[in-house]
Design a protein around this ligand. Structure first.
Ligand code: ADP
Ligand code: MG
Length: 443
């Protein structure tokens, strides 16, 4: 069709109706004035054709309108689908400040369903711990936006999480604000990962320096201890002198043990995974605790293993070390007079693989908030005479197995450390670098 034809066909149906009416009017006038039949026939045919042309125009117009409405609906649906599918949370306000958008991500992150939030006014946000988010939305509505900001919010289940957030103001015609949008992500995992990486770096630097110092101390210490032992055997010491000599011997033994443990801690060793029954391993670790001289009937030990995998692949010596370190800390936290509960179960990891989950719970005083972030740092201790290596060693061993060890954030007295290990050993390439071995003494 030529462009001129297109113009012709595209004439507005109203003009077409006008032309038809004019022809009908002329036909009526001509017949009243007694025009010759040839003219009347001509006018009649022209009016009929114009009527058909008008009808075709109306039908075409209706079809065009239907198509554009369908397109509009489809693009609105696509926009809704995109908003629903993005993993970030998205909350939108209309120009009155009422919530008009709340996607699945927002429900997952904030714990509050879309049903309860659509229509809520930003100034009457129903969840106390999310008022900061509401304030940012209100600011955005007034044109004050944030880019890559962060804030803490409390979910409806009481859990507090850090959010990464950006807000924007929706500008309508004439620059007037027609609403506001906030897009946010849960930063919990990203923060954990960053702190774990920072800790790994610190550990590597501290480890290398301290290991070389420990080596340097070990040799003169061996000469001193050897010489003192000879003196102790040869000299006829009595009274105060005997006590002092025994003290030197005892303390040099202790120093030697500490240095040996530390060098073991920094020595590289890959785990050698073997199939093992985790319940048996936990029973064995609990038996070792029971046999400690400090443990009497005031110490209550409980093990539950409902749903624990029958077999996992892990390095038995290393895993026993992890359990002993956690159990000893728990015993020390309750001063050897309290309740320790160890519960093992099976679970599914993030990528669907089977996991062993063990929780070590005690009813001691718990970990003070200021210590929480430093627990797994080497040499961090709050105990006189503590080495601060127990949790650092346990953490490294668990990481080497591709698992996780963390202090659960739980309300109430006591602490819960949770250990998660893949039931099947990971291949070497999948495991983190920087391998460390600990001996049984370092608990
Ligand atoms: P250490 O036991 O030598 O102090 P760890 O690395 O085993 O070193 O523990 C580090 C610190 O973590 C402890 O000094 C203590 O403050 C804290 N901690 C560990 N386990 C517990 C627990 N179950 N309850 C309370 N605090 C704990
Ligand atoms: Mg310890």
């Amino acid at each position: 069709m030529s462009s001129r034809d297109a113009e012709w066909v595209g004439i507005d149906p109203a003009w077409r109706a006008g032309a038809t009416l004019t022809l009908v009017f002329l036909l009526a006038l001509a017949s009243l004035l007694g025009a010759p039949p040839g003219l009347l026939l001509g006018l009649g045919v022209a009016a009929g054709a114009a009527g058909g042309w008008t009808l075709a125009g109306i039908r075409g117009e209706r079809r065009r309108r239907e198509i554009s409405e369908r397109r509009l609906q489809e693009s609105a649906r696509t926009a809704e689908d995109i908003i629903a599918a993005i993993p970030s949370g998205l909350v939108g306000l209309d120009d009155t400040g009422a919530v008009c958008r709340w996607n699945e991500g927002a429900t997952r992150i904030l714990g509050m369903g879309r049903g309860g939030m659509i229509g809520q006014h930003v100034d009457r946000w129903p969840i106390d711990g999310q008022r900061g988010l509401a304030a940012l939305l209100r600011d955005a509505l007034d044109g004050r936006t944030v880019t890559r900001g962060s804030l803490d919010v409390t979910r409806t289940d009481g859990r507090t999480l850090p959010l990464g957030i950006s807000t924007s103001c929706l500008a309508g015609s004439g620059g007037r604000g027609t609403g506001a949008v906030a897009v946010f992500q849960d930063l919990t995992e990203a923060r954990k990962l960053r702190s774990r990486m920072r800790q790994q770096e610190r550990l590597a630097a501290v480890g290398a320096l301290a290991a070389s110092i420990a080596h340097e101390i070990r040799n003169p210490l061996a000469s001193i201890a050897g010489s003192v032992e000879l003196l102790a055997a040869d000299l006829p010491l009595t009274g105060e002198h005997r006590i002092l000599m025994d003290l030197i011997l005892k303390e040099s033994d202790r120093l030697n043990l500490l240095i040996t443990d530390f060098l073991d801690f920094t020595r590289e060793r890959r785990p050698q995974p073997k199939p093992l029954d985790p319940t048996l391993l936990l029973k064995e670790a609990l038996r070792l605790i029971r046999q400690r001289p400090e443990a009497d009937e005031q110490l209550k030990l409980t093990l539950s293993n409902d749903g624990a995998p029958a077999v996992i692949e892990a390095d038995p010596g290393m895993l026993r070390q992890v359990c002993l370190n956690l159990l000893l800390n728990a015993c020390e936290a309750v001063d050897w007079e309290g309740r320790l509960t160890v519960s093992a179960r099976g679970a599914q990891g993030i990528s669907g693989e089977e996991e062993l989950v063990v929780q070590f719970r005690d009813d001691g005083p718990g970990v003070p908030p200021e210590a929480r972030g430093r627990l797994f740092e080497p040499f961090f201790t709050t105990k006189t005479g503590g080495t601060g290596l127990g949790l650092a060693i346990a953490h490294r061993i668990v990481e080497m197995h591709g698992g996780q060890l963390e202090l659960l954030e739980e309300a109430g007295p006591g602490s819960v450390f949770e250990l998660r290990l893949p039931a099947r050993a990971r291949s070497e390439e999948d495991l983190p670098e920087g391998v460390v071995q600990a001996t049984e003494n370092t608990v």
